[in-house]
Design a protein around this ligand. Sequence first.
Ligand code: VG1
Ligand code: CO
Length: 543
Amino acid sequence: MPVRVLPTQPYPDQKSGTAGLRKKVTVFQQPHYLENFLQAIFDVETALHGRTLIIGGDGRYHNRVAIQTAVAMAAGNGIAKVIVGQGGILSTPAASNLIRVHDAAGGLLLTASHNPAGPDGDFGIKFNIAGGGQAPEALTGRIFEASKTLGRYRIFEGANVDLDRLGTRMLGDTVIEVIDSVDDYARLQQTLFDFDLIRDWFTRGGRICFDAMHAVTGPYARRILIEQLGAPEGSVINAIPLEDFGGGHPDPNLIYAKHLLDLAMSPDAPDLIAASDGDGDRNMILGRGLFISPGDSLAMLAAHLDRLPGYKSGLKGLARSMPTCRAVDVVAKARGLECHETPTGWKFFANLLDANRLTLCGEESFGTSSSHAREKDGLWAVLAWANVLAVTGKSVQQIASEHWAQYGRHYYVRHDYDELPTATANGIVDRLRKALPSLVGGRHGDWTVSQADEFSYTDPVDGSVATAQGLRIVFGDAARIILRLSGTGTEGATIRLYLERYERAADRLGWTTTDALAPLAAIADKLIRINELSGREGPSVVT
Ligand code: VG1
Ligand code: CO
């Protein structure tokens, strides 16, 4: 019997963050570190035994090694069938979809998303449950508890599966099937969008530039945009997934994808410019001459989605994470749709999606998706925009200006203070938390603080409560300042400061984001004093 039970020592730090367990590659390379975390999952989620498990990753450094371990441990833990993406590649939304398509009991998604890769970079694992969504907090909590006392793990010893050869083989009693990473995902998108119309839009001269940032979406974007929709060769750039993402930072935003902003502003800009992140769940959208902020993209898609084939029967409801700007709330109100405000992290949308109360949801961190999946879906958002352009015959610029004229405009920015000493970051947050009650009623320029509190969330479906989900200073509908600590970093602590300002008057819709938010940034500086207390001259990243 090659299934062996091997002794191990527990690690104390296997606590999942906003989206799974993320650590430096060197941490994952410690003896049995990965094995321990996986065994904790197999021990806690007993529903996996005798069922199907999906395994795949974003192709980053250490992906193949970790996938071999995961497959061998699945075979050692009584999984009936493992489905792996070819070459170990599955984008996060594709993996989530496979869980649904194959009625699997769960999935292991090996990714650290937008975090840099390579021997000195980051690695990570997310466990997704039946239905395709990320494990809820109660479950990741139990897995963490189990990991702290783990003394052994089970593995099929000596397994070495050829991840590149499609087809089925046995590992002991477990069926291992290597499948094409793109097929099912592409099929799904075809049911949602009007491929004929988009193809026609390309034929009529519509142009796209999609940057896969040398991360996981290259093969997906090539298959769908070029092979199926007929976009010209060259419409997808950086399409080959590389272990180090080409040395870049696969985080599609105005800093790490500045070349796309430059392209959008150039005289020869395509109609639609887009990118996605390391694991393919984020998206960035630009049109000729402008960048669409993720909160705006969510609101604009909400206003147009029922014109696309998969959504013709109408929208159920809308949702956004708390720090995401309230543009989508305005659309929800105008259309009489329920609108939810959830904590940061996609897992909080899952219950609402499962309960059929949501059609579209999004986060300010370049995440958008719909009820078709239980993860955010980068390429989905790009295809949705392409379909909107094709069906309306309008440009991104026109869609944006008409949207702002009708609903008003939310100016929005996020300031990240990366990798602060943990004590410093906690100090800044604690200080503001204590000051919150005294801020209510305070006047700052034209604005008065209507609410200042720490966000907590009660899930309307299962009643579970998530506390300490970010500090907010609200100035009615006019503006908000939000402060929270990141839960995805692997070094020190990262503070995120979010600024949002809403304007409706016609002569206030065309400001630059920086100008519009300067007064709010000054108020935040006065109230929170991040620069002064952190000793930094300013944020590390502004998006
Ligand atoms: C960040 C974002 C959050 C997102 C999460 C995972 O979390 O703010 O909106 O859901 O990353 O994104 P945090 O805790 O660092 O702010 V990714 O593309 O894993 O998958
Ligand atoms: Co991601």
